[in-house]
Ligand binder design. Sequence first.
Ligand SMILES: Nc1ncnc2c1ncn2[C@@H]1O[C@H](COP(=O)(O)OP(=O)(O)O)[C@@H](O)[C@H]1O
Ligand code: SF4
Ligand SMILES: [Mg+2]
Length: 461
Amino acid sequence: MSAPGRPKRESSLGEEVAKRPEGRPFSAPGRPKRESSPGEEVAKRPEGRPFSAPGRPKRESSPGEEVAKRPEGRPFSAPGRPKRESSPGEEVAKRPEGRHVAPPLLELEGLGKTFQAHRGLFSNRGAGRVFAVDDVSLALAGGETLALVGESGSGKSTVARLALRLLPATAGTIRFRGQDITHWSDSRLRPLRRSMQMVFQDPFASLNPRMNVRQILEEPLIVHRLGSTAERAERVTEVLRQVNLAPHHATRYPHEFSGGQRQRLGIARALVLRPDLVICDEPVSALDVSIQAQIINLLQDLQRQLGLAYLFIAHDLAVVKHMADRVAVMYLGRLMEVAPTAQLFAHPGHPYTRMLLQAIPRPDPGYHIARQDTASELPSPTAPPPGCRFHTRCPHATEICREQIPAWQELAPGHTVACHHARNLPPYGSSGPTATLPPVAEQRLRLYRQRQQERSTASAD
Ligand SMILES: Nc1ncnc2c1ncn2[C@@H]1O[C@H](COP(=O)(O)OP(=O)(O)O)[C@@H](O)[C@H]1O
Ligand code: SF4
Ligand SMILES: [Mg+2]
């Protein structure tokens, strides 16, 4: 019999488990199963591998060839909001062969968010509206990792919170498994929330210090009325094992754990409801490099075992290169470029992406591009530049960039860029430093791969 005051059970954990067998197909239709390490993966990945969407056409030409094939001088769209050729979201949603396929797990279309900016204590500076997210369209397939990158303040966390309906959107549509959930009430959303979870940068802030681990992990099950006491205890033990913590950790409190262990707890809490989508908001930024490698590899293992899709917010390009299937680049609230990971690193098409790749990340999580000239400062999100938001820092800016928002241009299948001059820019690397990550980041990337190699060798033994 259930205890007084305990909410009525909707279904037991057992039933829940039965509904989602461990061996459920983790990859979305069309997403190839990963059998090799990401290192090999990056090396082996054909440029146009269909990362996300089922039915995405296989790339047969290089971006250069692609550019050559396209007619020049396409009409630019009208000032203000341009006519979009296609957005990255539509890219995924469009099925060229007209086949019937399952919708992406998560779709964001024309998403926007403005905040009321607060006045400073002694001045009116900063008053007005913050244009945090503007016209963001993205799609994420089941089992896929899509990285969202950009400088601090570019709107990444706001996109995450909008996608999970933790914030109301000012504009646009959010679809989850094909259903438009943009305006769903909290009660209607509740069952769906089990499928969409978040891992935060600072697990300590998201874990109640007065609860022990068992209580922390059991709480979401109680809120969602899942399982009997015994079943919940079993689930807590199971999820602790999944994140490589021991059952006896269940009686400890968050402050008794190291940073890495606390992040494992944060992940366990996200996983306890068996989600399909996990949004990771800079989950390793606050950790030491060697601990970062453990957490990243854990996230990858969990993805393989459980078929999770990750929207992975990161500022560290080494992590992105190691983890992601595709990368979306944000600047001042807008998307600039979306591409398969290998393609993005080899042929970045947007001047901002190129700048990011050439920047030397500082160790702090909220780094800004390390350039000294004032033109390189991030403009205020309360007064974003008209036209292309990047024009105040872009070495290729012309008149049209200052006046018109660039339409999306497809440089290769799955590789779209919001830049007026995307097809006329010099090839990446022809006029300066290139493609490789800064040495510190390359070193980290090697470490992640090495750790992963060690683990796969150990598990094969
Ligand atoms: N609750 C809020 N109120 C006012 N402004 C906000 C709020 N949340 C975020 N912002 C602003 O929105 C912009 C984008 O923030 P955020 O999404 O946190 O960026 P990122 O995660 O890329 O660093 C920033 O200028 C930030 O100051
Ligand atoms: S549209 Fe113009 S300003 Fe914007 S990135 Fe392209 S060249 Fe630079
Ligand atoms: Mg953030």
